[in-house]
Write a protein that binds this ligand. Sequence first.
Ligand code: HEC
Length: 102
Amino acid sequence: MKVNFVTIAASLLAVSMAMPVLAQSSGATIYKGKCQMCHMADGTGNKAMKVPAFSAAAPEAKLIAAVKNGISTGPVKMPAYAGKLTDADITSVVAYIKTLKK
Ligand code: HEC
């Protein structure tokens, strides 16, 4: 049987892309699915959308409150996630945000 190199390369690529998702916590999964489009993968914020970078010194309670209640004071609104995410989800996604901050 002839082995199709492109097929193998494509499957290896698919596996390598899937692995980090499986290896990470639900906080990372939530972040990638719901937050990354505005906050970017590294938390620096989507410049085109005028989303600011996460403030490095913000205490966890403040970040949790921001995710639950949203922020509507700036030029772009941070959506409120209370009722959309459980408290446990919000805690784990905030823990993930903390790992992004340098
Ligand atoms: C529609 C774009 C958008 C989405 C989606 C979004 N955010 Fe935000 N977020 C913002 C904006 C804009 C701000 C800044 C608001 C301000 O300060 O005026 C913000 C602020 C925050 C802050 C406060 C940051 C700080 O340093 O005080 C946290 C924490 C946060 N977002 C977490 C999340 C999480 C977690 C998710 C996903 C569950 C998420 N955001 C999804 C736009 C978004």
